[in-house]
Write a protein that binds this ligand. Structure first.
Ligand code: ATP
Ligand code: FE2
Length: 335
């Protein structure tokens, strides 16, 4: 049995977990909550630096209280990117220190792949098209020939950031996504908004601006509803085309925006129409969490991928399609 300790801290959530092949054994999270506005990168990094050792100590205590010994831990995994540079560096420093202290290997995990792998672990999905939608990221990806290929992605900002930015302009507190969802439920009519899909890519910044403008002549409820309808239809369109192009028969939803019930409903209808299976992990595994980094680290470690400390620099724009997926045999793909 392999055991890996993983640390996540690409943005607002500092979270560490210890997992083995079977389950999450222990997890401790400290969330940075901005007093005003959105995430301030420097403040978020300071938050992570302040809580890093406390989180690790509490995690190891929880692990020991359950009867395990830290000597069982085989590797230390950390989020190497993408994310906010200052946050990534803070987490990487803790991970290196811990790997040296316990004298075990380090594993650098791509955050986007972490979202995918925890979804494959915690749902029956085997070889899905993944819709990964969070604050900073929006991608449609899937495994093909040794890599997680990005079939489509945002040309500007992530859908979560677009929702948060609009919500902030409308006077709602951060994070705005859940509030937009609530207002949208009370809408009475649709307001025309931009719909931007270019090839397999999409864009949200124009939509966010148009929604802010539309507030002058329309109710907040109607604008929230129309924003969601357009943004989610764009995401579902590209996800559907990725299914058609790849011949895959499963869709997995990942990332914090995946909590949205309207998005789930639209994906569910599309999957039903195409005869595909639709999988959504438990909410605790959808937003950023330490378990996804620990588990992906475990898959990497078991397939022989570790990271020498001297080349363990972080990468704020780390793309998932540059990672060799050493833990999935190509034959496993359902073509
Ligand atoms: P990443 O580092 O992957 O970009 P993140 O830091 O944005 O992740 P997540 O927890 O994956 O963190 O996602 C947070 C985002 O999810 C925020 O933008 C928030 O507004 C959005 N969100 C949360 N709940 C909902 C919801 N019900 N509807 C829409 N958006 C939501
Ligand atoms: Fe994330």
């Amino acid at each position: 049995m392999t055991t890996v300790l993983g640390i996540e801290g690409t943005a607002w959530n500092l979270s560490a977990a210890i997992v083995d092949e079977d389950d999450v054994i222990a997890e401790v999270t400290e969330t940075y909550r901005p007093k005003t506005g959105g995430i301030h990168p420097r403040e978020a990094a300071q938050h992570h630096a302040l809580y890093a050792s406390d989180v690790i100590e509490r995690l190891l205590r929880e692990y020991q209280d359950k009867g395990y010994s830290p000597q069982n831990i085989d590797a230390i995994a950390f989020s190497q990117g993408p994310g906010l540079g200052a946050c990534l560096r803070t987490v990487a420093t803790s991970a290196r220190a811990l790997a040296l202290l316990l004298d075990i290997p380090l594993v650098g995990v791509n955050h986007c792949i972490g979202h995918v792998e925890i979804g494959r672990w915690k749902t029956p999905a085997i070889d899905p098209v993944v819709l990964y939608v969070s604050g900073g990221n929006s991608q449609v990806l899937g495994h093909r020939a040794g890599k997680y290929r990005i079939f489509g992605e945002t040309l500007d900002i992530g859908i979560g950031n677009a929702l948060d930015k609009f919500a902030r302009g409308a006077g709602l507190t951060h994070p705005g996504g859940p509030k937009v969802e609530e207002y949208a439920r009370k809408a009475t009519s649709y307001v025309k908004m931009p719909y931007v899909v270019k090839g397999m890519d999409f864009s949200f910044s124009g939509l966010s601006t148009a929604a802010t403008d539309a507030l002058k002549d329309n109710s907040l409820e109607d604008v929230c509803y129309s924003f969601q309808e357009n943004a989610f239809a764009m995401l579902v369109e590209v996800t559907e085309r990725a299914l058609a192009h790849t011949g895959k028969s499963e869709v997995l939803l990942a990332g914090g925006v995946g909590a949205n019930m309207r998005l789930r409903e639209m994906l569910d209808v599309m999957c039903e129409d195409r005869g595909a299976s639709f999988y959504v992990p438990e909410k605790r595994f959808m937003g950023d969490n330490g378990a996804m980094i620990a588990y992906t680290g475990l898959l990497m470690f078991d397939s022989g991928t570790t990271l020498p400390i001297e080349s363990s620099h972080v990468d704020p724009s780390f793309r998932p399609d540059t990672v060799d997926v050493t833990w999935i045999a190509d034959e496993q793909e359902v073509l």
